[in-house]
Design a protein around this ligand. Structure first.
Ligand code: GLA
Length: 724
């Protein structure tokens, strides 16, 4: 790989950086314009982020190609799209950096490149403004999977403090990217997509919840209008941060469109002392010419290539929450564990209620000592029982939270994030510990470390059940430090207990982002175990995350959150496509239901490697009455598909189900797979292939499809395709 490098004490006037970063599908081109009289100053310009360009592309040759004219009523120096867009270059869309010294100086720096180094995968540059006393280091790294990671650091090289208001990463979009899709949501309705046609101006999504949020955009996608899962050009970004954020897609009459994100900071929340630095959260970005599926493929492959990505088969979980809630009786839980083990569960997770005075959700948070009332002999009797049955043991914690009715709060009321003497509004009867407080941090680390040392715990369900408001530390905004301290806490615990896996839960799916996922092993997608809701929630969580990172449980027949009645086959067919588990009182099921549950677990285990290692495909359907998707093995040898009917179909004749993603030239044997011990649909005799199976080419399956049987709401057809 060829590498270019340069370094000076002052601005690099000639021979500024140019680079062509490339993955299989994507190119990013940086060019520094030549010095010409009346031309723009030689600062690096991002001229292309999109489709892959040839290896022999000479980046500098693209410079003149994208050189803009000088229209009337516009700057005399033609405006290009700088790598670090700032007002000092005439940039009038959102800038990368906002901030100033106490007297207002330094607010508009002019940053010159003083060093750069690049190869075909990475570009790093250092920018400096000696007068403003600021230095910026930026690294763009394009992974082989096509994910561009943008890392930026700002250093105060001046002699006075510098307050950072905003320091983000923005990337250029082509003018044709005028439609935006991102997600929103609420408790039990996470990842709700919304689509907006971008006019002139900005589409801004601010996260002000102190955690990533149920309504987080997850991925901000801009694309050529009409893009779908299957088709279209799309550019998507995700911010790896678990605190507040700002996502912005912006289009301006200047002729520029851009997308980017940054941490949302309160004024003076980050105030850099001389010599100090602020590191912005990493921005992850991907481009796809093959719709949202192509975008997801980049993110999924990128996550899977991480050294820390879960590499062992994801254990089938039994979570006790909707099975027993706060009713923690040893005999009840051991009976539940017995049945769980008998149906094939591999990890038994004891949820909320085992500690301090936690008999309901009004008290006890913060007191991370096993409750002597509920557990007179400690957790050992349960853990030994679970382990003897061959299952791992997992435990629920909510470390950042405290109930005012707790020993911890009574002893340390000052350990709570607050503004002066005023407490933030209560939420689920709880407040938030200030992890920026060294004593609170040390106490939490000590308690969690002690629990993991004392007990045979393989897994923590790490919860976070409220938004943070007025997150003040010593009278100043404290969320930034608190979020970093949370990361340090998790990192330290993982270093001390490397075998322990952690789930990121936040009232369901309120903390799903690459920041938390760098130190956790899966997310809890939602507190809704209603499979109709889950079909949407999991589909859209999958925009960013592969199935093995997304917890999906079979809940009770009557959903605890929506009161909908759903059969076991539909519930199982829905949960199969995630990190599978159960969350219901198995001791209340009859023998035939248990056979069904065992069958669902067996089916999941049989396909687990495929489901957790294959390529996710989603099939575009004309209406919202059904949802169809599948997972195809990377070598094309087999695939599993699901067609889930959510409400009554609008047509009498069911549509053809196109099985996408198979090897077009190979032939496949396709058959219906009954799940959970019974047929998944009421009508299993026609069309004929339903009973007999069918063998045809991957191309025909994708382009023509298979005629579906008539499905009624809450029926799902599961298909398995095997190359012959
Ligand atoms: C949150 C979680 C649930 C459960 C409860 C326990 O709501 O999302 O899964 O753990 O807390 O209080």
């Amino acid at each position: 790989m060829s590498r270019t490098e340069a370094r000076t004490d002052g601005p690099l006037l000639a021979g500024g950086p140019s680079a062509h970063l490339r993955s299989t599908t994507t190119s990013l081109v940086i060019v520094t314009p030549e010095v010409v009289p009346g031309g723009p100053r030689p600062t690096p310009v991002l001229v292309h982020w999109g489709a892959r360009l040839p290896d022999d592309l000479e980046p500098a040759a693209l410079g003149p190609a994208v050189d803009p004219p000088r229209p009337h009523g516009a700057p005399d120096t033609p405006l290009l799209r700088p790598l670090l867009p700032l007002g000092s270059d005439g940039w009038r869309l959102g800038p990368v950096l906002r901030g100033a010294r106490d007297d207002g100086r330094g607010w508009s720096p002019r940053l010159d490149v003083v060093a750069h180094v690049s190869d075909a995968a990475t570009f790093t540059a250092t920018f400096a403004d000696a007068d403003a006393g600021l230095r910026v280091e930026i690294t763009l790294a394009l992974s082989p999977e096509g994910v561009l990671a943008v890392d930026q650091r700002l250093t105060n090289t001046g002699t006075q403090p510098f307050a950072v208001d905003e320091f983000g990463a923005f990337l250029p979009l082509p003018a044709r990217a005028t439609q935006v899709l991102d997600l929103t949501g609420r408790w039990c309705r996470e990842r709700d997509p919304q689509r907006i046609d971008l006019g002139m101006g900005a589409w801004v999504r601010e996260g002000r919840r102190g955690r990533t949020g149920h309504d987080s955009p997850l991925v901000s996608v801009a694309g050529v209008p009409g893009f779908t899962f299957e088709t279209g050009e799309v550019w998507g970004i995700h911010l790896g941060w678990s605190g507040d954020s700002v996502y912005r897609v912006e289009r301006s009459p200047d002729g520029f469109t851009q997308v980017g994100a940054c941490e949302r900071l309160e004024h003076a929340e980050v105030r850099l002392a001389p010599g100090a630095s602020y590191t912005a959260p990493t921005l992850y970005a991907a481009y796809s010419a093959t719709g949202l599926d192509g975008l997801s493929a980049c993110f999924h492959d990128f996550l899977r290539a991480r050294p820390g990505h879960p590499g062992t088969p994801r254990p089938v979980v039994l979570n006790t929450w909707e099975a027993v809630y706060f009713d923690h009786r040893l005999d009840r839980l051991t009976a539940l564990a017995d049945v769980a083990a008998s149906v094939g569960v591999e990890r038994f997770v004891l949820d909320d209620g085992w500690f301090g005075g936690r008999r309901d959700d009004t008290a006890g948070l913060g007191d991370w000592y096993v409750s002597p009332d509920m557990w007179p002999d400690g957790l050992d009797p349960l853990i030994s029982h679970v382990r003897a049955l061959g299952m791992e043991f997992g435990l629920w914690v909510e470390p950042e939270m405290v109930n005012p009715d707790s020993d911890l709060y009574r002893a340390h009321p000052d350990w709570v994030l607050r503004v002066g003497d005023r407490l933030p509004p209560v939420w689920r009867n709880q407040q938030v510990l200030d992890l920026g407080n060294a004593d609170a941090f040390a106490h939490l680390l000590g308690r969690l470390d002690a629990l993991l040392t004392e007990y045979d715990i393989a897994y923590l369900k790490w919860d976070h059940n409220r938004d943070l408001v007025e997150a003040g530390h010593d009278g100043r905004p404290g969320l930034h430090e608190h979020t970093l301290a949370l990361y340090r806490l998790l990192d330290e615990l993982r270093a001390r207990h490397p075998g322990v896996e952690i789930e990121s839960c936040a009232s369901g799916g309120g903390r799903v982002d690459f920041g938390i996922l760098a130190r956790t092993d899966r997310v809890w997608a939602s507190d809704s175990n209603d499979s109709i809701e889950r079909q949407h929630i999991q589909r859209w969580t999958g925009l960013l995350l592969p199935p093995e990172l997304v917890g999906a449980h079979v809940g009770a027949e009557v959903s605890h959150t929506t009161h909908r009645h759903l059969g076991l086959a539909f519930r199982s067919a829905t949960a199969l496509f995630g990190h599978f588990g159960l969350e219901l009182d198995l001791t209340a099921l009859d023998e035939s239901e248990l056979i069904g549950v065992r069958d669902a677990i067996d089916t999941h285990k049989r396909w687990r490697a495929l489901l957790h290692g294959g390529r996710t495909v989603r099939i575009d359907l004309p209406g919202a009455d059904a949802v169809a998707h599948g997972v195809v093995a990377l070598d094309g040898a087999e695939a599993v598909y699901s067609y889930a009917q959510l409400s009554t179909a609008p047509t009498e004749a069911p549509p053809l189900f196109r099985l996408r993603g198979l090897d077009a030239s190979a032939h496949y044997r396709v058959r219906v797979v009954p799940v959970a011990g019974g047929p998944n649909t009421h009508q299993l005799r026609e069309p004929r292939w339903i009973t007999e199976g069918i063998t045809t080419s991957g191309a025909a399956l994708a382009e023509v499809g298979l005629r579906l049987p008539v499905l009624v709401p809450a029926e799902a057809l599961l298909l398995h395709a095997e190359r012959v």
